[in-house]
Design a protein around this ligand. Structure first.
Ligand code: 5GP
Ligand code: ZN
Length: 139
């Protein structure tokens, strides 16, 4: 349920202050303390799941529905021009807090941090792509 060493569990319990923008029985949504843009928010399930591998399908579905509602609301209220929904799993993927969360990052035309998600592409041959494709089928 809760991890005693987890900073997001402490935020959810109100032991560490946060700028809360939404709360219900399953989620708390807070502003990110180091925002990538104006309104950068984090959807936190109240139950402690480390990542996408641990979270239940039910909670993930609820988080996705909430993300849609928030995205629409944020876009209207903040008048942003787009929005990134981002969710990191594992240190190698950039996860720094090991309590499942979704980032909602409003994007604005001409914003300072416009390159925040830019990556360079890797090259794979047609054969390699086919092999990867075969491996990934049959989910
Ligand atoms: P991750 O890199 O794990 O996907 O994202 C963790 C996010 O949590 C980071 O963007 C970081 O700024 C934010 N964060 C870390 N500690 C705190 C905190 O104590 N309060 C708030 N509001 N955000 C935090
Ligand atoms: Zn936690």
């Amino acid at each position: 349920m809760r991890d005693e060493n987890c900073i997001f569990c402490k935020i959810i319990a109100g032991e560490i202050p946060s700028k809360t923008i939404y709360e219900d029985e399953d989620f708390k949504v807070i502003l990110d303390a180091n925002p990538a843009s104006k309104g950068h928010a984090l959807i936190l399930p109240k139950e402690h799941f480390a990542n996408i591998y641990e979270i239940s399908e039910e909670m993930l579905s609820k988080a996705a529905r909430l993300a849609k509602r928030l995205a629409e609301h944020m876009t209207k209220v903040l008048e942003c021009d787009g929005l990134n929904l981002l969710q990191n799993n594992g240190e190698v993927a950039g996860q720094t807090v090991f309590h499942f969360h979704m980032h909602l990052i409003p994007r604005y035309e001409g914003m300072k941090n416009k390159d925040l998600l830019n990556w360079t592409h890797e090259d794979f041959t047609e054969e390699e792509q086919e092999e990867i494709c075969q491996k990934l089928r049959n989910c």
